[in-house]
Design a protein around this ligand. Sequence first.
Ligand code: SAM
Length: 316
Amino acid sequence: MLSYRHAYHAGNHADVLKHFTLYTVLNYYNQKDKPYWYIDTHAGAGLYDLHSSEANKVGEYQQGIARLWAAHRLTPKERPENYHSADKGQPENHHPAAQKQPENQQPASLAAFAQFAQTLAAHEAMTQLYAGSPLWAAQLLRPADKLRLFELHPADFALLQDNLHALRLGKRAIAKQEDGFAGLISLLPPATRRAVVLIDPPYERKQDYAQVVHTLRDALKRFEQGCYMVWYPCLSREESHTLPEKLAKLLPDNHLRAELHVHAPRADGFGMHGSGMFILNPPYILDRVLREALPELARLLAQDNGAKFILNSQIR
Ligand code: SAM
């Protein structure tokens, strides 16, 4: 049974960490001429209305992207000068290294990210939007790059198709209403021999933890050089604690683990106090960019004095 809907969580602290990491990796991949594939095993709907009843049931985005926008003095109605809609061409180079340090001395990479999220949010007349991972990728990939997306939920799949259609990507972007774990394996190795993969399950089912490890083991056998990015929740439950160790064993000499905890674990063990990104074959710049941005993210998104970050990397 599929009960998870990302519309309730869009733009929260976990999305900020995940999409900031994705944004950094895709910009890095864009620096080399050779085309690549972006594979999203759990794509979601692609675009979320932050004024919807779902988003405002708890209002998680208020503790996430809204804090980042406020820190960079961006409001949802502001449209940056370098805005490009999908049919006007590709966005400008948003590689963190290409950005100037903003006036308020926030890390340049975070300022660029906050502004790019705003660019996506300010699309056309709809000014309260937040992009999901497929739309971050759709706006960052170049014309020769391809998107391959999987989403099982019928309603979110229909929304995803509509959102992709609006961007007029044609066959560059193919979405399937299929299991993303099996879908990933069916695509490897990609013809271009370059790929960024995002694995972002809801972890509602305990089996998702084991399935992530099992799928990645298989994926590495088929395509060892891919950049695999896994999002995971930081919870009190054991599977969430042991997942990073299991992922590290898959590629002991080339991985990066980044966690952002926004509050201390609750005494009753309930709820998500943070989340992590685990990357196999990370681009070399990722460690540097996160080392600069995570302290600021932990400060900006802190909900109590248990907020902190973890960054470990083993780079070949
Ligand atoms: N990656 C999205 C983003 O960053 O915007 C959010 C994805 S959300 C956390 C997880 C999604 O996975 C949900 O929309 C859910 O319906 C979908 N899902 C759950 N199990 C799946 C499976 N086995 N294969 C593909 N999609 C699945």
